[in-house]
Write a protein that binds this ligand. Structure first.
Ligand code: SF4
Length: 248
């Protein structure tokens, strides 16, 4: 650790390194910076890990820079096979100070084309879901587990999720939403590191690194089976608000 760092910056840096180690990320490089503190960044994402705890995260003051750094780390990524068919990397979009964050599994054709998550028919359905919650799309942040479109819209493989999800975790760490909604089984299982049925995963709150997390169906599933739509609204909106601690 550099001798030039102040004691408080050293403490902040140590907390960040410890956080990444908990995430299973051990390799770091230092970004050249003309600002005082250099933040360690993961060079090589490691496989997914247990992420379900209520530990508060170090507060990130400069969210635009932190998100920019994550996007720069992704770069023109070829870390997994999904890079082969993509047109655009779909990073994430929305309010970086959002209290509510939606996490989907990966981009579809429309998202790949436009470089933005949830813009197709599934996006319209998500927008309806957001409206039904009394919010606007601009109020929330939206991202996916994998940033590149799986061929033929297949479900992303476990190794692809494992390689890409550390970027999502860093986005969550930066946004620090009060509530995360995992849209569908892939998002839920990757975030919670639990391999359970949607029926069991839905309808309750999970502690997730200082946020509350709820699981609901992916909008694409609702499009395929509209009977689920009513149930989702009822089920999701019927959830009791998260405990007080998540709202502080
Ligand atoms: Fe890289 Fe993620 Fe795209 Fe795979 S899905 S190539 S890890 S950005």
């Amino acid at each position: 650790m550099s001798k030039d760092l102040s004691p408080s910056a050293k403490k902040q840096l140590a907390a960040r390194v410890s956080y990444y180690r908990e995430m299973g990320i051990y390799d770091f490089y230092r970004r050249p910076s003309d600002e005082g503190v250099q933040i360690p960044l993961a060079a090589a994402p490691e496989p997914a890990h247990e992420v379900t705890d209520a530990s508060p995260l170090p507060v990130i003051q400069d969210k635009p820079s932190a998100l920019k750094a994550i996007r720069e780390d992704i770069g023109d990524c070829t870390r997994c096979r999904l890079h082969k068919g993509r047109k655009n990397i779909v990073f994430g979009v929305g309010n970086m100070n959002a209290d509510l964050m939606f996490v989907g599994e990966g981009p579809g054709a429309d998202e790949d084309e436009q470089g933005e998550p949830f813009v197709g028919r599934a996006g319209q359905l998500l927008n309806n879901m957001i409206s039904a919650m009394g919010l606007k799309r601009e109020d929330v942040y939206i991202a996916n587990v994998v940033k590149c479109r799986p061929p033929g819209n297949r479900t992303p493989e476990k190794d692809e999720c494992d390689i890409c999800s550390p970027f999502l975790l860093r986005q969550i760490e930066t946004i620090q939403p009060k509530v995360i909604v995992a849209l569908g089984a892939v998002a839920a299982k990757n975030l919670l590191a639990m391999n359970d049925s949607m029926a069991n995963l839905r309808g309750r709150w999970y502690d997730f690194r200082g946020s509350k997390l709820a699981v609901t169906y992916h909008p694409a599933y609702l499009l395929r089976d509209p009977r689920q739509k009513k149930e989702t609204w009822k089920k999701y909106l019927g959830l009791k608000p998260p405990p007080k601690s998540a709202e502080e």
